[in-house]
Ligand binder design. Structure first.
Ligand code: ZN
Length: 313
């Protein structure tokens, strides 16, 4: 009987691995280093060895494993192949075929890390019980994942869900990491919020709690906002306006049940979903007005949950 599944979330420095029951119960999780030397040729063998030893340790047979789901930081083709994954050093590799040679008889599915995180949040996290959601990850950049009818929308080029690179300001002079100008993540990522705050603090302003902050972070900004600080309020309002309005446009295309907000910035808590929901409703298409906002709840484990959900399809 197929009782277990493995989720493997490959990052540039570590691979997070989870052993799950097919019911969604996490049995055990651990990490191994990602060895990116020699074009990352050891990454999959290292993972296979780790899974193999875990199966021996727990006396789990291959026939009990429904599959191995793998998430990785780059675009993935529908057949599980990757043409280029800069962070891992991979070029033109078919991951299911490679894994089949290492661990025969166990099915393998592969997805982009942001997309599988969204799937994980749908399955067991902030979007539990929903079939369609858009996940927004506010970290160093702005990531996204779109799930419609329980399926990842990866798109033709794997760029489906790259909401951080929606143009929100055509007049921006500074370039985004992607080479374009005026992308959402230039304003609404943690990096963007800190930049906007520092720029504002450098201009004339009333005394602010942020003047005495040792280091400007999104947490400091949201904490000051909760205290009623005027300058922090300006920043949070601007952030919420840009992101809330962008999400209202995304709702016109994807019409999700819920927007799940994750990443470091989401540590601000309920206040974040409240300000976004308010701005969203200011401009939302009438049919989308009751779209919910929820905080992501799986943190860094969203990826391994989503990877396992991939092999349950
Ligand atoms: Zn960009």
């Amino acid at each position: 009987m197929k009782k277990y599944g493995f989720g493997v979330d490959i990052g540039g420095t570590t691979c997070k691995i989870g052993l799950f029951e097919t019911t969604g119960q996490l049995v055990e999780k651990w990490e191994i280093p990602t060895n990116t030397c020699e074009e990352g040729k050891n990454i999959l063998p290292d993972i296979a060895a780790s899974l193999h030893s875990k199966m021996e340790e727990r006396k789990i047979g291959r026939e009990e494993i429904v599959g191995i789901g793998i998430g990785l930081p780059g675009p993935v083709q529908p057949d599980g192949s990757v043409s280029l994954c800069v962070n891992l050093g991979w070029k033109n590799m078919n991951i299911p075929n490679e894994m089949k040679a290492l661990l025969p008889e166990i099915p393998v599915k592969v997805g982009n890390d942001a997309n599988v995180a969204a799937l994980g949040e749908m399955w067991q996290g902030g979007g539990k019980g929903c079939k369609s959601l858009v996940m927004v990850t506010l970290g160093t950049g702005v990531g996204g994942g779109i799930i419609i009818d329980e399926k990842i929308v990866a798109g033709t080029h794997g760029a489906g869900g790259e909401i951080g690179h929606i143009t929100v300001n055509p007049h921006e002079s500074i370039s985004c990491n992607c080479g374009r100008k005026g992308c959402l993540e230039q304003y609404c990522s943690a990096t963007g919020i800190v930049r906007l705050t520092k720029e504002r603090l450098a201009k004339e302003h009333e005394t602010s709690l942020l003047d005495s902050a040792e280091k400007i972070s999104t947490k400091v900004v949201f904490d000051a906002y909760k205290e009623g600080d005027k300058l922090a309020g300006e920043i949070v309002d601007k952030f919420a306006q840009i992101l809330g309005r962008t999400l209202s446009n995304i709702a016109c295309v994807t019409d999700p049940e819920v927007f799940v907000i994750g990443g470091g910035v989401s540590k601000a808590g309920e206040v974040l979903t409240q300000v976004l929901e308010k701005e969203f409703q200011e401009v939302a298409f009438p049919s989308c007005m009751d779209t919910r906002f929820a905080l992501a709840s799986l943190g860094n484990d969203a990826g391994i949950y989503g990877c396992v959900r991939l092999v349950l399809e």
